[in-house]
Design a protein around this ligand. Structure first.
Ligand SMILES: Nc1ncnc2c1ncn2[C@@H]1O[C@H](COP(=O)(O)OP(=O)(O)O)[C@@H](O)[C@H]1O
Ligand SMILES: N[C@@H](CC(=O)OP(=O)(O)O)C(=O)O
Length: 491
């Protein structure tokens, strides 16, 4: 596989500020992967700060995974949608396109990157405009085109950052993940990683050969290449976390670091609970549950390569580098642990299915789940008795296909003959990520608090998970419940 675009020459004009010292001088190979999300690289100033962080760990030779700058991915998607109803001749004046052009031109200017990189940035911005013109003419924005569209964000940010490091005298080289072997399914927008092909290919691409100049690989997060189509794919929103752990697994590293704008994984979403505080340690399983059940701080699948290849994941704050952050690993000492974090997922649909026959119910659950399979709808939380089952549907997965009400109605009809069914929208899942060895104490305190607050639990599930108790409540009461529970367990 080929690396793309060697970044700049060091003699180019460097931006002001103290020059950086190249890290990892004594290392023969990459020893750590750092991932910086959009909020960490939102401006030229933030990129300088990130470069400084990268070079402050002198003992490590890092590989850096970057997301798109700030809100660029959202702007790209917005530009795509607006292009559908804009004449091709007017695409150049679309506001989100102009915002993206201005941000990247200004950042190139402020970072003092070389002429070659400026040329590459200009070429990418021109291609982006052409793609939007294509969308306007075709009147079509397929998932495949969407992935090409959003890929510009990471392709631009990594080129600028690599060029800045080079201008600072730190040898760096930009890589597009699809070109170093990150191979996925062709399920555009939410592509699944093909680990069998990806791990050895990435390892080979990012291993220095004898005599090869050592440099910092700067890799695009979020992107892959579809196995059958060969087109650019994306790993789902927030997918750069997964790129980071994937690279760590491929390179056989003991640890990777995911740098965010918060002091680690917190005891609750800080946008709902202001006093949420960092959790020092988590297991892969706990982090996965947290991410699946609504904590947007991590990509839900990011723990998979980390767990498979036993790579520790440290979540750190690029705005507060002294904070210890959260270490996620295979196991931790649960003694003394009661509640770890509380997460909330809104906009959930609750489905109740009751068998029409009360006796001899063998095969009932099998029939119910076959209906979900046939409708390609995935289920989150389940509670069953012999003759009934209640379950929740993830809104994103239903909404993805834009059917919503029709789809739910169709689903209910599919249960006719097996069961009576009905659904309720506007529900929320509150997940208690906790030590389930102490369930009795946790539930006693939880229900006391919810009772006091007048919040009624509509369904509950502990299931096979050893880390999570899920409570389903009305969406309108969920924030109040979350705040009260946080106060009870962490106040
Ligand atoms: N339990 C949680 N712990 C930490 N942050 C959380 C949690 N739940 C939600 N968040 C939100 O996740 C954000 C960080 O994730 P994200 O924006 O994807 O970071 P980045 O873009 O830097 O990768 C935080 O700013 C915070 O608002
Ligand atoms: N830029 C992509 C991928 C990503 O991981 O972003 P972030 O690290 O900023 O969440 C997105 O916005 O989804």
């Amino acid at each position: 596989m080929q690396a793309v675009a060697e970044a700049t020459r060091p003699e180019q004009a460097a931006a002001p500020g103290p020059r950086l010292v190249a890290p990892g001088q004594d290392q023969q190979q990459v020893t750590v992967v750092y991932k910086f999300g959009g909020s960490s690289v939102a401006t030229a100033e933030r990129m300088r700060e990130v470069a400084d962080i990268v070079c402050s760990f002198q003992e490590h030779l890092p590989c850096v995974v970057l997301s798109a700058m700030g809100k660029t991915t959202n702007l790209l998607l917005q530009a795509g949608t607006e292009a559908l109803r804009t004449p091709a001749t007017a695409i150049g004046s679309l506001a989100p396109l102009k915002a993206i052009q201005d941000l990247h031109h200004q950042t190139a200017e402020e970072l003092g990157v070389d002429a070659e990189t400026r040329g590459e940035v200009d070429a990418l911005l021109t291609q982006l405009q052409q793609l939007l013109v294509g969308i306007s003419i075709m009147q079509d924005l397929t998932p495949r085109a969407k992935d090409s569209l959003v890929s510009f964000g990471e392709r631009l940010s990594t080129r600028l950052f690599a060029a800045y490091l080079n201008a600072q005298g730190v040898p760096a080289r930009q890589y597009d993940a699809p070109d170093i072997g990150v191979t996925t399914s062709d399920n555009f927008v939410n592509a699944e990683v093909n680990y069998e092909l990806t791990l050895p290919a990435v390892r080979e691409s990012l291993t220095f050969q004898p005599g090869q100049q050592r440099h910092l690989p700067i890799v695009t997060g979020f992107l892959g290449r579809g196995l059958q189509t060969g087109a650019i794919t994306t790993l789902g929103r927030g997918g750069s976390d997964l790129t980071c752990t994937l690279l760590g697994g491929a390179l056989g590293l003991p640890e990777v670091q995911v740098w965010k704008d918060v002091d680690g994984v917190l005891t609750a979403d800080p946008r709902v609970v202001q006093l949420a505080r960092p959790v020092s340690e988590l297991t892969f399983e706990e982090a996965t549950e947290l991410a699946f059940f609504g904590a947007t701080v991590l990509h839900p699948l990011a723990m998979q390569p980390a767990a498979d290849c036993n790579v520790g994941v440290r979540v750190k704050n690029s705005y507060n580098r002294g904070a210890p952050g959260t270490l996620i690993s295979a196991g931790r000492d649960m003694a003394g642990s009661l509640m770890t974090s509380i997460v909330m997922k809104s906009n959930v649909t609750l489905v109740d299915i009751v068998s029409t026959r009360m006796m001899g119910q063998f095969g009932f659950l099998a029939k119910v789940f076959k209906v979900f399979e046939e409708n390609k709808i995935s289920v989150d939380v389940v509670a069953t008795s012999e003759v009934s089952v209640s379950l929740t549907l993830d809104p994103a997965k239903v909404w993805e296909r834009d059917l919503i009400a029709e789809e739910l109605e169709g689903l209910m009809q599919d249960f006719d003959g097996i069961a009576k069914s009905h659904y309720r929208r506007g529900m929320a899942i509150i997940s208690l990520i906790c030590n389930v060895q102490r369930t009795s104490e946790i539930l006693e305190r939880t229900f006391r608090v919810l009772n006091r607050e007048g919040v009624r639990v509509q369904m509950m599930s502990q299931g096979a998970s050893k880390t999570n108790i899920a409570l389903i409540v009305e969406d309108s009461e969920a924030k109040q419940a979350l705040k009260a529970l946080h106060e009870e367990f962490f106040g």
